[in-house]
Every structure is written in structure tokens, then in C-alpha cells.
Design a protein around this ligand. Structure first.
Ligand code: KG4
Ligand code: ZN
Length: 340
């Protein structure tokens, strides 16, 4: 198999990023992302606008991915696409385009679960990056999901804990919105947190059983705290932004780390990989580096470009499905709630 030349074109369109990537035998040749700016003014993703922007972006993005990879369309071995989970109108664009391209080029079609792909991004061939061994635990943290997954093999994954309401990315973005920061606020909280005092304002750690999470109460506690403080001092946010951000980030990271510790204890697995947009966060990255020293864990932190939504992760998932000859037929449909 290794001597085979496998070129996978990956297509990602589950939310507000239109992305395409080409991977050759597991190595990235191109990785193009068109981020949709249109949602910023609305403070969140507007599904109908996302779908329309995908339609505008998908042809140039795929063209660019193939051109950057320096290959021809005839070299492509298979088309991998995000079947779900995500926004229906967004998924439909990528799904339909992938089907027509697969039909036109006469190559196999491969459906990919977006959340599995976030985890499989750890298997992209990179210099100086050690891949995790099976089994490992994946903490998938994004704008739509918060899960602890036991990964026994490439496609043998079991969700052992998840959020019962908001995702951790929403906790970041909604807290940022309360502070008057633009969408998506997660990276901005991270930026300001770097210069603030994480212990300045303590936020409660929600009591949630097992390995599950809940973030809707967290967001409410940030709201009530800010409302109370600004009543006493209308300039409270401006005067304390860095400390508020550092405190929010510290509390969110503590919630995630507490559950991870519990999961390690429960499963006996101390290999931890993080995945998804929130794994770009410096607080969680630092906490994992510390946990390696403190608890002897072995942690895997992806490169920045593979944390937020991208098509390289869809292409690598497609690569492993290609090796298994796990192809889809044209009756496959987009799935807004796609479990694995
Ligand atoms: O995986 P992703 O790109 O899209 C989804 O599938 O949801 O994740 C996007 C989420 C957003 O909530 C964004 O605010 C958050 O990831 N995010 C961050 C950081 N970078 C992105 N949150 C905290 N700190 C960051 N540095
Ligand atoms: Zn994602």
C-alpha cells in the first residue's frame, strides 16, 4: 500500500469556512481555507448567509487547492467530504459538489464525520510531530462540540463524555459577546487573557455528573457578574478586560482539565490528544504541557492550522478510509446531526 500514490481531495463546508486540501500519501500538499467575514457583523453564524457564501467560494477554493498541490484533476484518487455534523445548508453545498466531482472524474466518493476528522488531524504526516498510539483519549472542543472520546483505532471511537447544553467554544464566544467583543470572541479572550490575572474573579465550576459537561450556567454566571459590576462601575469592563478574560479562560480550562483527570482515572489511558477550534487556546495548551510533567501524561497538541475547521483533516480521514476501501455511494446525504 505504501508504494501506492494516493491523492485525496478533501472538502469541508460544515459551518462558516469553505475549505479544500490535497493530501498525498498522508502528507499535505495544499490546505486552503476561505473564512466567511460576513457573519462578524451579526455576532454569530447566519446559516443562510453561510450557505450562500459556500456556493460562491467552493469553486475558487477547490481550484486553488489543486493548483497549489501542483497536480492535475486526473491525479486525484478520491474525493472526501464532510457529511456532518454541521449546518444543513452549508453541508449541502460541499456534499453536492463532492458528488458531482466524483461522478465527473470517475473516482470514489468518501464521506467523513467532521468530529472524527478533527481527531484524525493528528495523523497528518508532519516533520517533528509524533502521532498518538492507540488507544488514546481525545478532547474535542469546538464551537459546536465538547466531547471526550476514547479512540481505539482510526474509526473505532466511543464518546465517553459530552456537553449537555452549550459547547465550550460557545462559552468562550458568548462570554466575549457579553464583554462587547466581536464574533468569534474565543481567540480574543485568549489574547487578552495572556496579560491578565487568572485568579482576579473566580467563576464557579459547574457540578455535572460522570464525564459530561455543561456550559450554559457558566455563561449565565459571567453575565450576572458583569451586570452587577457595571451597575456599580460603568467602566468596569474597560478597566478590567484583561483580568476578566484571564479569569474566564482559567475557569473554562479548569472545567476541561478536571474532567480529563477523571477520564484518565476511569479508563487508565493517559495519552491525551486535543482537537477542534478551542484546542488553539493557549490556556488549554499550557495546562496539557503542565499535566505531562505533573501527572506523567503524554499529550498531543495539533499544529494551529489543523485546529480550527480545515479540509486537511477531511483529506486525512479520507486517506484512511481509502486504504480500507470504505467508499460511499451517491445516495448518501448530508447529516446535520451525524453521530459516530
Ligand atoms: O472547530 P471550529 O473551527 O468550528 C467548529 O466546528 O465549531 O471551532 C470554532 C471555535 C469558536 O468557538 C472559536 O471561538 C474557538 O473555536 N476558538 C478559540 C480559540 N481559537 C478558536 N477559543 C478559545 N481560544 C482560542 N485561541
Ligand atoms: Zn470543527
Amino acid at each position: 500500500m505504501a508504494s501506492q500514490n494516493i491523492y485525496i481531495l478533501g472538502i469541508e463546508s460544515s459551518c462558516d469556512d469553505t475549505a479544500a486540501a490535497v493530501i498525498h500519501n498522508g502528507k499535505i500538499l495544499s490546505n486552503i481555507v476561505a473564512t466567511q467575514e460576513v457573519h462578524q457583523q451579526y455576532g454569530g453564524v447566519v446559516p443562510e448567509l453561510a450557505s450562500r457564501a459556500h456556493q460562491q467560494n467552493i469553486v475558487p477554493v477547490i481550484h486553488q487547492a489543486i493548483a497549489r498541490a501542483n497536480i492535475g484533476k486526473k491525479d486525484i484518487s478520491a474525493i472526501a467530504f464532510t457529511r456532518g455534523p454541521g449546518l444543513m445548508g452549508s453541508l449541502l453545498v460541499g456534499t453536492s459538489f463532492a458528488k458531482s466531482l466524483s461522478l465527473g472524474l470517475g473516482v470514489p466518493l468518501i464521506e467523513v464525520n467532521h468530529m472524527q476528522a478533527h481527531i484524525l488531524a493528528h495523523f497528518i504526516e508532519e516533520e517533528n510531530y509524533k502521532k498518538p498510539d492507540f488507544p488514546f483519549l481525545a478532547l474535542t472542543i469546538s464551537g459546536g462540540h465538547t466531547q471526550i472520546v476514547k479512540v481505539s483505532n482510526y474509526f473505532e471511537m466511543e464518546v465517553i463524555g459530552e456537553t449537555t447544553d452549550d459547547a465550550v467554544g460557545e462559552a468562550f464566544d458568548k462570554s466575549a459577546k457579553i464583554l462587547g467583543l466581536p464574533y468569534p470572541g474565543g481567540p480574543l479572550i485568549d489574547k487578552y487573557a495572556k496579560e491578565g490575572n487568572p485568579k482576579a474573579f473566580p467563576f464557579p465550576n459547574p457540578k455535572v455528573p460522570d464525564l459530561n459537561f455543561s456550559f450554559s450556567g457558566f455563561k449565565t454566571s459571567v453575565l450576572y457578574f458583569v451586570q452587577k459590576q457595571t451597575k456599580e462601575n460603568p467602566d468596569f469592563i474597560d478597566e478590567n478586560l484583561k483580568d476578566i478574560c484571564a479569569s474566564i479562560q482559567f475557569s473554562i480550562v479548569r472545567i476541561l482539565m478536571d474532567k480529563l483527570k477523571k477520564a484518565v482515572k476511569q479508563t487508565g489511558i493517559n495519552q491525551i490528544a486535543i482537537a477542534g477550534g478551542v484546542s488553539a487556546n493557549s490556556g488549554i495548551r499550557n495546562a496539557l504541557v503542565e499535566a505531562e510533567k505533573k501527572y506523567g501524561w503524554n499529550c498531543f497538541i495539533p499544529k494551529f492550522e489543523y485546529t480550527t475547521d480545515n479540509a486537511a483533516m477531511i483529506a486525512i480521514a479520507g486517506h484512511y478510509k481509502y486504504l480500507n476501501r470504505d467508499f460511499s455511494d451517491f445516495s448518501t446525504t448530508a447529516q446535520a446531526r451525524y453521530k459516530f
